[in-house]
Ligand binder design. Structure first.
Ligand code: B1M
Length: 210
């Protein structure tokens, strides 16, 4: 029996080392990486989010859980992403200005890389100018924008406008996502695609290359 509940519990308690070890053990036992991710890690992070919302835990506990999540993702990454494949194209990814949440963005990055697309990660709190420069520098095909806050999702529009102003909008596909983002919002700001999770983001990104 796969230990998804134990994975979720260790993540909630922020036990980075124990969690990384258990994830490695599950991989060795043949548990599917996708199940470890969704039924263990993401399930645990949802509980953290719920408790945070209800003021049962506070920023330090959430940060410790996030650190454990990142440790587990490091172990999971080789199993989620293929390696050694010639890239079919290039994507730029970031969490937009004002926003420091990077776990979902990192997951989207890993899954897109797994489809054979090179991904340039501009990190968090990313300005429109940085995105525009990176599109030019890396001759990017796709721009992926992540926002976790209702206050920062609007900045996705600013980035699209900056791409237009730089004459680059028609050159790239813009994909948006993150918990508060919806298809309606994506349509409103003129994005090419909204996807609700990392797996569908990867599928969509790959579809641009036939
Ligand atoms: Co923050 N936080 N946080 N937080 N935090 C949320 C987002 C919140 C919903 C919590 C809550 O109240 N329930 C809330 C936002 C409310 C709102 O705007 N409506 C919130 C808040 C308020 C804040 C602060 C303002 C708190 C404060 O300081 N008072 C502050 C803001 C800091 C800032 O960014 N400027 C803050 C800080 C933090 C920490 C630093 C402590 C930490 C982040 C650590 C880190 O990322 N390194 C943190 C965390 C961890 C969370 C929660 C608990 C978990 C987020 C997460 O990692 N989820 C979150 C509550 C929640 O989401 N339940 C919360 C797991 C991750 C796998 O999911 O990121 O949604 P997610 O990504 C998914 C999809 O959204 C999608 O794919 C991913 C996987 O399938 N996706 C894309 C994401 N990007 C995509 C892009 C795509 C496609 C799909 O295409 C390009």
């Amino acid at each position: 029996m796969a230990k998804f509940e134990e994975i979720s519990a260790l993540l909630q308690r922020g036990k980075a080392k124990d969690l990384a070890a258990l994830v490695a053990e599950e991989l060795n036992n043949g548990t599917a990486p996708k199940d470890i991710l969704t039924k263990g890690l993401i399930a645990g992070m949802s509980v953290v989010g719920e408790k945070f919302k209800n003021n049962e835990i506070f920023v330090p506990e959430v940060l410790i859980a996030a650190r454990a999540m990142n440790a587990a993702l490091t172990v999971l990454k080789p199993a989620l992403a293929e390696t050694g494949v010639e890239p079919v194209g290039t994507a730029i990814i970031c969490t937009v200005k004002g926003d420091l949440h990077d776990i979902g963005k990192n997951l989207v990055k890993m899954m897109i890389e797994g489809t054979g697309i090179r991904v340039i990660d501009l990190g968090v709190d990313c300005s429109a100018e940085k995105v525009v420069n990176a599109v030019r520098e890396y001759n990017a095909d796709i721009v992926c924008l992540s926002s976790l806050l209702t206050t920062t999702m609007l900045y996705q529009k600013d980035i699209i406008e900056a791409l237009k102003a730089a004459g680059l909008r028609d050159k790239v596909k813009v994909m948006v996502g993150g918990a508060p983002v919806t298809q309606a919002f994506a349509d409103e700001i003129g994005a090419d695609a909204y996807t609700p999770d990392a797996a569908s983001a990867a599928e969509k990104a790959r579809s641009y290359f036939g």
